[in-house]
Write a protein that binds this ligand. Structure first.
Ligand SMILES: N[C@@H]1[C@@H](O)[C@H](O)[C@@H](COP(=O)(O)O)O[C@@H]1O
Length: 290
């Protein structure tokens, strides 16, 4: 597993977006062989999506042959509810890029038979030959998608009851009223995420420092479902300095030194450190992240 540490959440998002772009370009997707990308919601990926939109608009990255599968969706709120994950994805990504509507997959939280909906989702993922890259975020309790503490590490797409902490955390999106937050969701399982050929997780902010520590310095534990990443053969966590607050200094130095060695060996461009100058200038960055 790689741990990439950047100064702040924006720099972490910039790195991640460039990494996703590079992987799609290298894959050279076609209609017959699309790039299958798993996607998250939440505040963490918003800047990643902003950069992906920029790359698309600048003609540097096309989504024409990208098929997406979103991680999760609330049960029982209308699809066009301002806080549904459908709405989130359209507003932050899909409506700005050249993705084909038929290539977008999001669980239907209003399906008549929720269990069937979940099974069909897994089948559809399989029909595309699995997910090439699953991009994810985590909750402060280390949950991935809506796989709350105690979820099976082998879980697949299913209906989940949300933990009270998650309901509380998400109340900010529902006018601060916990009663308005849905208590059920459909979510891909930990096993679904970990079956992807590559997993990339973004973790930022001091409020996620314990989760990051539990994830990489302690053992695999179903109470911190993101820790399952330790068993993945091709995984990367991109984080910011604040989220490393609970890590040993030794751990932070270790992962930074790995990146330094890699940089010396194969060059900055090849490890995704160099991004497009147009994105930098537009978003008002200094060149310290280039
Ligand atoms: N189901 C989503 C997760 O997929 C997301 O990772 C988490 C954290 O969101 P944020 O990035 O806003 O902290 O929120 C929800 O629980």
């Amino acid at each position: 597993m790689r741990l990439v540490i950047r100064d702040d959440p924006v720099a972490a998002a910039f790195y991640t977006a460039n990494y996703v772009k590079r992987r799609i370009l290298e894959f050279a997707p076609t209609a017959e062989k699309p790039f299958v990308l798993g996607l998250p919601t939440g505040s963490s990926p918003i800047n990643i999506y902003k950069y992906l939109v920029e790359f698309n608009k600048a003609g540097e990255l096309s989504f024409e042959h990208v098929v997406t599968f979103n991680m999760d969706e609330y049960v029982g709120i209308p699809r066009d509810h301002p806080e549904s994950y459908h709405t989130f994805m359209y507003n932050h990504l899909f409506k700005h890029i050249d993705i084909k509507p038929e290539n977008i997959n999001i669980l239907n939280g209003n399906a008549e038979e929720l269990d069937k909906e979940c099974l069909a989702y897994e089948d559809k993922i399989k029909s595309f030959g699995g997910i090439e890259m699953f991009l994810g975020g985590i909750g402060p309790d280390g949950h991935i998608a809506f796989n709350e503490p105690g979820s099976s590490m082998k879980s697949r797409t299913r209906v989940k009851t949300l933990a009270y902490e998650t309901v509380l955390a998400n109340a900010r999106f529902f006018g601060g009223d916990v009663n308005k937050v849905p208590k059920l969701a459909l979510t891909v399982g930990v096993g679904t995420v970990m079956s992807a050929r590559e997993v990339v997780i973004i973790i930022t902010g001091a409020h996620k420092a314990i989760a990051l520590y539990k994830c990489i310095e302690e053992g695999i534990n179903h109470m911190w479902t993101v820790s399952s990443i330790q068993m993945h053969p091709s995984a990367m966590i991109v984080c910011d300095e604040d989220s490393t607050l609970e890590l040993h200094v030794k751990t932070v130095r270790y992962f930074k030194s790995i990146e330094q060695v890699q940089e010396e060996l194969i060059g900055r461009e090849n490890i995704g450190l160099k991004g497009s100058i147009s994105s930098l200038s537009k978003m008002n960055f200094t060149n310290k992240y280039v």
